[in-house]
Design a protein around this ligand. Sequence first.
Ligand SMILES: *[C@@H]1O[C@H](CO)[C@@H](O)[C@H](O)[C@H]1NC(C)=O
Ligand SMILES: *[C@@H]1O[C@H](CO)[C@@H](O)[C@H](O)[C@H]1NC(C)=O
Ligand SMILES: *[C@@H]1O[C@H](CO)[C@@H](O)[C@H](O)[C@H]1NC(C)=O
Ligand SMILES: *[C@@H]1O[C@H](CO)[C@@H](O)[C@H](O)[C@H]1NC(C)=O
Length: 356
Amino acid sequence: MNLLLGVLGGLLLIATVTNGFDLNTFDQLDAAKKSSDKHIVIRDLFVPAGKVLDLTNLQAGTVIEFTGRVTFGFAEWDGFMVLIKGKNIRVLGKPGHLIDGEGHRWWDGKGGHGGKKKPRFMQVTLEDSLVSGLHIKNTPKDCFVANFCKNVRIEYLNVDIKDGDKKGGHNTDGIGVGGSTNVTVSNCKVHNQDDCFCIGSGRDTVFENNVCTGGHGISIGSMGAGKTVERLLVRNCTVIRNTNGIRIKSRKGETGLVKDVTFQNVELQGVTQYGIIIHGNYPDNGPKSEPTPFPIENLTIDNVHGTVGRKATNILVWVYPGSPKNWKWNSSITGGKRRLSCKGVPQGVNMPCGKV
Ligand SMILES: *[C@@H]1O[C@H](CO)[C@@H](O)[C@H](O)[C@H]1NC(C)=O
Ligand SMILES: *[C@@H]1O[C@H](CO)[C@@H](O)[C@H](O)[C@H]1NC(C)=O
Ligand SMILES: *[C@@H]1O[C@H](CO)[C@@H](O)[C@H](O)[C@H]1NC(C)=O
Ligand SMILES: *[C@@H]1O[C@H](CO)[C@@H](O)[C@H](O)[C@H]1NC(C)=O
């Protein structure tokens, strides 16, 4: 009996150990994607310079696990270093793993505006899927984008580009969502040097329980080219030492639509330029030029509170008069002494614009 149990135990042990395709060398990538158990364990993988960790064409139902430390060779190129695409996929970070971009090899303070050519990091295009617990460090430029996704939850993502603060990280956008429907981003941490979260198009997006440190804030836009963002809920987030707390920006002379957007229970701590900024004259960053028409309808600011630095502006609204419709506003932002007058604030909205 004992012997039998021992044998069974041994078989179980073997079953667990061999569970999943162990992807440890890059040339096994295609085999891993085709393997019948639909379970890829990416373990201490080194991705050669200029190659894509191409996890597209996945079989529906595939589970991808990251374990150990995944690293990349250095090359100056455009494109994404990691692509993930499929239906009913689970992308999971195992405890202690790290996906390390070692971005310092590219960083030169110029980001996407010259210097070394820097790849973007990870793009997912998923349907009915989950991305959970990834720990991504020091990407050369943009970190994570969910493009053309549907019914996807992204949770417990740790975007740690803190080193970029001192070593020349720039345009290291944290989490972006574009062209997607029903994407929820929750319980994530982002420390970076550009937008913490940004969305340029899509519907039914939730960004909740996230903490942003060091970057450029939670951002809609820059809008334009006829794109629409509708039904976005940003809830229970903390924005620490970002240049902006919340921003909605549209490009000068371009149109589109922002509709049914709510920011609720968002706390700002030590924001350095604008607590809330809504402007229709991007790329200008403030009341330098006239805003152009861009509809922003059914916007709710509910309990957005906290502090900005002395040199900052608490709130700036600089939009084309008549563009906003049905705004509800309840904010309490203090600390900024840089007083700027507002433009286009809808009638009847009691907003402490231009006040310190
Ligand atoms: C939205 O996506 C989630 C998965 O993140 C799914 O559970 C939910 O059913 C989807 N909602 C709709 C209306 O499809
Ligand atoms: C708000 O977000 C923080 C940070 O993610 C989290 O710890 C906390 O549980 C959230 N609160 C609620 C009410 O969801
Ligand atoms: C305004 O937005 C809120 C929150 O997204 C939504 O519940 C409500 O139905 C919208 N109202 C209109 C008139 O569209
Ligand atoms: C604004 O929000 C605060 C915090 O939730 C709340 O106490 C206050 O009553 C609200 N004010 C209005 C006018 O809704």
